[in-house]
Design a protein around this ligand. Structure first.
Ligand code: BGC
Length: 419
């Protein structure tokens, strides 16, 4: 009889323990929607997964491939609309403000106050992380788009130096072409065309023009000769890519530079993550430099994890995730792998390689000189509808035979339509 009771008791307590740990396991879980699916990106994301694992938080992965995040944003919309928002979603710029305005994001004010985020997150990022005084997102990094990545051995072999201005850049690529190597590795996807355009526009018009055109959407700037020249330069670049560029993913274009099949790639500094992931060393195997003619200016974009309202039992893991993202240790661990600069102003550059140090120094300088501006291609210059208007015209021009004068006409018309 005694034995029976003991067994029964043990069985009940086992059941209870199982039930409790199941609910704990479920509660201590974050579901994360993101578009970090390339080798370098996955490696960087792994640092976040590991940080949370150390706190016994389970990671439910929700990857949606596609650089620039347009596809991820489409999936996110349907999830939120069907009442099934993820814990957190990778997000950029104006998209965060959009969700903040809709009242579906979680209030991170308490964890932000505890971590003193207001003091350490730069204003350029904070204006997107917060709406109406409420923190909705934890910023992970600062990337920028006006970069060029070059294969050092190819450049040395062909005998070209790092170009100092646009004309030298084109001459260098012509020389590479004559040597039988693809000058520019590119993937013909709208967001990649637009990423290249960020740098070309800045090189062509400078900071004031860039701001007028893509931030203020000034019609005169949009239809100007300078804008036309930017499209002419896109046409120049079109002659320097290989025949199979159409639809190619950005990381495959990076691989072409990594393998010496191509000399250069014009891409944000997430490309550096691919070089590092392939075991390449900056300065030795590859070089990084600002799009010729843009040194001193930075077209930035920052990835943030926007948090959504979740059930009370999932809130703790969500807050822990937000807090972990903003910790200095995580910012260093993640950004040294990802290719980006930290999203905090108080991090030393000691752990960063030369390209990372340059990214941090350039950002600081641009911030101080008011030459830091949001990337059009990556949602930091204007809301999604306007960004898409730019995408449409830039990609139609690059991939077809539209003249530059027709492109500026169409650009002004589609931007007007989107406002
Ligand atoms: C993001 C980067 C990402 C890149 C390519 C950009 O929009 O900011 O973090 O690596 O897209 O996927």
């Amino acid at each position: 009889m005694t034995v029976k009771i003991t067994i029964k008791k043990t069985f009940t307590s086992l059941l209870l323990t199982a039930a409790v740990s199941a609910s704990v396991a479920q509660a201590a879980e974050v579901e994360v929607l993101h578009w970090w699916t390339s080798g370098g990106e996955a490696q960087a994301l792994g640092t976040l997964r590991d940080t949370l694992k150390n706190q016994d938080i389970t990671w439910k992965d929700m990857p949606v491939a596609g650089g620039g995040g347009s596809s991820a944003m489409t999936v996110l919309r349907s999830r939120v609309m069907s009442g099934n928002a993820p814990t957190a979603a990778q997000m950029m710029g104006f998209d965060i403000l959009d969700w903040g305005d809709q009242g579906v994001t979680a209030n991170l004010n308490a964890v932000a106050a505890a971590g003193n985020w207001d003091a350490v997150v730069p204003e350029a990022l904070k204006r997107f992380s917060k709406s109406n005084g409420q923190w909705n997102a934890a910023p992970v990094n600062v990337h920028s788009t006006n970069w060029v990545w070059g294969n050092k051995a190819v450049l040395d072999k062909v005998g070209v130096a790092v170009p100092g201005n646009w004309d030298e850049f084109i001459q260098a690529m012509e020389k590479v072409k004559a040597a039988g190597v693809t000058p520019l590795a590119h993937g013909g996807q709208a967001w990649q065309d637009a990423t290249v355009f960020d740098g070309v526009l800045m090189a062509t018009g400078g900071i004031e023009f860039y701001r007028k055109a893509v931030v203020e959407l000034d019609e005169k700037a949009l239809t100007s000769k300078t804008m036309q020249l930017a499209f002419d330069r896109m046409r120049q670049l079109r002659t320097l890519v290989d025949d199979n560029f159409s639809g190619r993913d950005w990381n495959l274009a990076s691989s072409m530079v990594i393998n010496g099949e191509a000399a250069f790639q014009m891409m944000g500094d997430w490309a550096k993550g691919e070089f590092l992931n392939a075991g390449k060393v900056p300065g030795k195997d590859f070089v990084c430099f600002r799009t010729p003619g843009t040194q001193g200016t930075v077209t930035f974009n920052a990835d943030q994890f926007a948090m959504f309202k979740v059930d009370e039992n999932r809130r703790d893991a969500q807050i822990k995730m937000a807090s972990a993202i903003m910790s200095p240790e995580f910012q260093i661990a993640f950004n040294t792998v990802k290719g980006s600069a930290p999203a905090r102003t108080d991090i030393s550059d000691a752990a960063f390689d030369n390209c990372g140090k340059k990214a941090m120094a350039d950002l600081k300088e641009a911030g101080a000189n008011n030459t830091l501006v949001g990337s059009m291609a990556h949602g930091h210059a204007s809301p999604a509808a306007v960004k898409n208007a730019f995408y449409d015209v830039i990609t139609a021009h690059f991939n077809g035979d539209m003249s530059s004068s027709e492109a500026v006409k169409q650009l002004a018309a589609s931007v007007k339509n989107a406002i």
